[in-house]
Design a protein. Structure first.
Length: 134
């Protein structure tokens, strides 16, 4: 009887150790996922800021080029309103085309390995949950 109680005590201790290890692994996985998410968000913010600044500079430059072209077309098209209208249409069309191309390229990019880390954390959580239910 004493031996059986001793075995149960050892089994209980082993289960406690396993439970502690599983909790440690789960918390480590969650912390790694949290860190990866923070890195990903920081990277996205930097890229978005760079893209917005680049887009603003490009828009201003394109506007200046269209204005210059409108003045340069004086010899070919005398009315200023017509030259400005034509260059406005060119400006809008060019901006639309560039926006569509950039949007398409951004849509084709893969999200990176963050999805893999999220899947790993989810699998770990499921394993911990099912292990605790048993």
């Amino acid at each position: 009887m004493n031996q059986r109680a001793n075995e149960q005590s050892e089994l209980g201790q082993a289960l406690q150790n396993i439970g502690h290890d599983v909790r440690t692994i789960a918390s480590d996985e969650l912390e790694m996922g949290r860190a990866a998410l923070a890195d990903r968000i920081e990277s996205l913010v930097i890229k978005a800021g760079t893209a917005i600044l680049g887009a603003a500079v490009a828009l201003i430059g394109l506007g200046m080029l269209c204005l210059t072209a409108a003045f340069a077309l004086h010899a070919v098209i005398p009315p200023m309103w017509l030259r400005m209208l034509i260059m406005s249409i060119v400006y809008i069309a060019t901006g639309t085309i560039i926006t569509l191309v950039v949007a398409r390229r951004m849509g084709e990019r893969h999200p990176g390995d963050l999805g893999h880390q999220v899947d790993e954390a989810r699998d770990t959580l499921r394993a911990v949950t099912s292990g605790l239910k048993q």
